[in-house]
Design a protein around this ligand. Structure first.
Ligand code: THG
Length: 367
């Protein structure tokens, strides 16, 4: 592929100088912003992520902030997950659905206070949907995109690295909780979360000016931990079954088709805009669902379009993401599979750019 032309519409981040100095080799575009995808190579980055600690510029995880008396009510209108028991300091992974039950985004939502929430979005322009709802229902809430840029620290040594910058209290943060920490006189929320299964944290950096000072201190204190710049890793996230909005699912899919039924409480999520539509489909159950798929043969090429899945001459689904896994010595993949063929152990064929290959529906992801 050719290069990306820089422009003001393709936003840099507060950490872009650090990312470039670290030798980034490729980017994708996500929420109109640069997201690194490769430093050394996808396979070398994968090995390093699983063995050490990486600092990721995930500024593309933009925050949609809800502020005001109706913030909680608005948040519940957006998602079929029941938020009534959620406390300040908690993070929830929440499907966001439209009036047909179609997925608009799959963000992490942070409750800062009863009247203040952040929605840490995946790649879709959720801000406009949320503003539209707030205005259409005349809610008493402000909706905007604050100047917050998440920096993820991921890998088995992430906790030890963060303790050196923020102190021992880092160890007390539980999974999908956050607390507030000081860096050079600035308050930042730090959550135990992130787009990998290797453990780690996400620092919500408020104000672009403090980005590079924080980036530089993490590298200054982490040399003996072998800290490096990294990014969400294609192989690791497929192994872990972490979904990618726009790749694995779109607004044509319900949360149940995405295997996100466990994050839906459609019966009790009163106020959710897609509730009626989801109650209807939830009763019958989905007729297709994302599944872990193993693809035989040598490493597959990049999956930049759907690869058709076949069984006895019939189309039974499509592969949405795929990569060669060095640790499992097989091509790991995610695919949307029709219910007639989604049982674990079902043999399929997949139409890859370099020909038909055997594929197998797996029982679980590779975790
Ligand atoms: N962190 C934050 N914002 C994000 C992402 C993130 N925005 C974009 C994107 N990632 C949104 N998508 C996901 C997908 C998966 C998870 C988080 C965000 C995730 N899932 C875990 C899992 O499925 O195992 C945990 C879910 C749970 O148990 O609650 O972490 O990564 N800030």
């Amino acid at each position: 592929m050719a290069l990306l032309s820089p422009s003001r519409r393709l936003r840099r981040t507060p950490f872009s100088d650090g990312v470039e100095a670290a030798g980034v080799k490729a980017y994708t575009v996500y929420n109109h912003m640069l997201l690194p995808t490769v430093f050394e190579s996808v396979a070398a980055d994968y090995r390093h992520l699983k063995d050490h600690v990486q600092v990721w510029d995930v500024s593309v995880e933009r925050q949609v902030e809800l502020r005001g008396p109706d913030a909680g009510r608005l948040m519940q209108m957006l998602t079929p997950r029941d938020l009534r028991r959620m406390l300040p300091g908690q993070c929830y992974y929440v499907p966001i659905v439209d009036e047909t039950g179609g997925m608009l985004n799959d963000p992490v939502c942070l409750k800062l206070a009863e009247d203040r929430w952040w929605i840490s979005i995946a790649d879709s322009d959720l801000l406009y949907w949320v503003k539209g709802i707030a205005n259409g229902y005349r809610l008493d809430v402000l909706v905007d995109e604050p100047d917050i840029s998440p920096l993820a620290v991921q890998g088995p040594k992430a906790e030890d690295l963060l303790v050196r910058v923020f102190g021992e209290r880092i160890r007390d943060i539980r999974f999908f909780r956050f607390d507030w920490f000081d860096f050079e006189g600035r308050e930042m929320a730090i959550a135990r979360s992130g787009y990998s299964k290797q453990g780690g944290f996400e620092i919500y950096v408020e104000g672009g000016d403090i980005g590079m000072p924080l980036w530089n201190s993490l590298f200054a204190v982490g040399e003996d931990l072998n800290v490096r710049a990294g990014c969400p890793n294609l192989i690791e996230r497929i192994e872990g079954g972490l979904l990618s909005y726009g790749n694995d699912m779109t607004d044509d899919n319900t949360p149940h088709e995405c295997g996100l039924g466990r994050f839906c409480d459609t019966q009790t999520a009163i106020g959710c805009i897609g509730r009626d539509a989801l109650l209807r489909v939830a009763k019958e159950g989905p007729v297709q669902q994302l599944q872990p798929i193993e693809i035989a043969g040598p490493p597959v090429p990049p999956c930049d379009r759907y690869w058709q899945l076949w069984a006895s001459g019939k189309k039974v689904g499509k592969v949405t993401s795929a990569a060669w896994s060095p640790d499992f010595d097989v091509n790991v993949a995610i695919g949307m599979v029709r219910m007639t063929h989604w049982d674990p152990g079902t043999d399929l064929e997949v139409e890859t750019p370099d020909g038909m290959r055997p594929a197998l529906v797996r029982e679980q992801f590779w975790i």
